[in-house]
Design a protein. Structure first.
Length: 142
């Protein structure tokens, strides 16, 4: 994905998949991570049915916050059939995230089009500010 000031790319990691992210802001980094997760899983459902939720996530560190954010999106994907479509607002303050999130609801018939992501791992996890941008690395257990 390449949007203004945001990019991510996938890389192979043993039996897993990694994501390197880059954004001008921490909020952009977390939004890009959500898009990367669902892009890896599969195509966005072409359905008019949406779900809007307010998500509040807290952690001890920024790295842990990224993992918990992605874990929450993965949980909602599996339990509520909610595919992350984007954020209407997302704020990161310290080690807390608050976001108004839009999801597209997917039907059971679409499941065959999706790749399994078992978990978001802490392996090689990194979030940091470098120069004029934020960077992150996260590994997905597939």
């Amino acid at each position: 994905m390449k949007a203004r000031g945001v990019s991510y790319q996938f890389f192979d990691h043993a039996a897993d998949v990694g994501i390197d992210l880059r954004a001008e802001s921490l909020e952009g980094l977390f939004t890009a991570a959500g898009h990367a997760l669902t892009e890896w899983i599969g195509p966005e459902p072409d359905t008019p049915q949406t779900l809007n939720l307010r998500l509040d996530v807290k952690a001890e560190t920024c790295e842990e916050l990224l993992v918990r954010w992605l874990q929450e999106l993965l949980f909602l994907f599996h339990q509520k059939h909610a595919y992350f479509a984007g954020t209407n607002s997302l704020n990161v303050t310290g080690c807390a995230l608050s976001a108004d999130v839009e999801f597209r609801i997917w039907e059971d018939a679409l499941y065959r089009d999706y790749q399994e992501v078992k978990a978001v791992t802490y392996h090689q996890l990194y979030v940091g500010h470098e120069g004029d941008c934020w960077k992150a690395r996260v590994i997905l257990d597939i």
